[in-house]
Design a protein around this ligand. Structure first.
Ligand SMILES: [Zn+2]
Length: 236
């Protein structure tokens, strides 16, 4: 018995000395977690301990690529279908809220995710949601290193989509802290995951396909530039 006790104590001691799992971070891991408080907070907010937030301006060139595609294919039904797919997500969310309202059991995070989706649909046009989602897919394909993991990608996707509402929705003063808060505050990871799951299921296929088109286009342009450079070398 005492042997077990000693082993346990040693285990406790070794645990106290543990450092954050993130490479080159020397800070102590917090509690029973594997990351220090800073990386733990970043993991919650951005989907991975070292994931950097994708800003609206980071995404801008990809939004433009999507706009170009839409312009070039204005008559193609795919854009309307994509919007319909987003609206299906909104209906699904309304269904979740309705189920809760009628007293049927469910997960609190699912309800919160549904509320967020409906709120978003009230502030932002379907086309905006679609184009932003597709832009994040293009970014993932053309700048894969921007995203630490699939989960980080999904978290950034939800952040950018929700960010669309910020311009249209107000800020409010939190009387408790005296801080100005935005209507769109940080969500618990489970809620973000649920929203991402719905959006990815609805629009991921189109996103992946468009990303493939863009990377083929980029490869072709690079090839043409190379051929031109080679040809120029031969000019006397
Ligand atoms: Zn750390």
């Amino acid at each position: 018995m005492s042997v077990f006790f000693r082993a346990d104590t040693k285990y406790e001691r070794s645990k106290m000395k543990r450092v954050c799992k993130v490479q080159r971070c020397e800070a102590a891991a917090s509690g029973y977690g594997v990351y220090c408080p800073k990386h733990k907070a970043n993991d919650r907010r951005h989907g991975a301990p070292t994931q950097k937030g994708i800003t609206k301006s980071n995404l801008k060139p990809y939004r433009e690529m999507v706009s170009q595609r839409v312009l070039k294919n204005a008559e193609n039904p795919v854009w309307r279908k994509a919007e319909e797919r987003w609206l299906t997500v909104v209906r699904l969310a309304e269904g979740v809220i309705g189920r809760f309202a009628s007293g049927r059991p469910g997960f609190a995070w699912e309800r919160r995710a549904a509320v967020e989706v409906v709120k978003l649909s009230q502030h932002v046009a379907a086309r905006e949601i679609v184009e932003t989602t597709l832009a994040v897919y293009l970014m993932q394909d053309l700048e894969p290193r921007r995203f630490c993991s699939e989960r980080a990608f999904r978290t950034q996707l939800v952040r950018r989509v929700r960010g669309l509402a910020e311009v249209n929705s107000g800020k409010w003063l939190d009387p408790g802290s005296g801080k100005v808060r935005r209507v769109y505050d940080e969500l618990p990871p489970k809620v973000t995951d649920a929203i991402a799951e719905w959006v990815v299921a609805a629009l991921g296929g189109i996103g992946v396909y468009l990303a493939k088109l863009e990377s083929e286009k980029a490869r072709k342009e690079e090839q043409e530039a190379m051929e031109l450079a080679e040809a120029l070398e031969g000019v006397q």
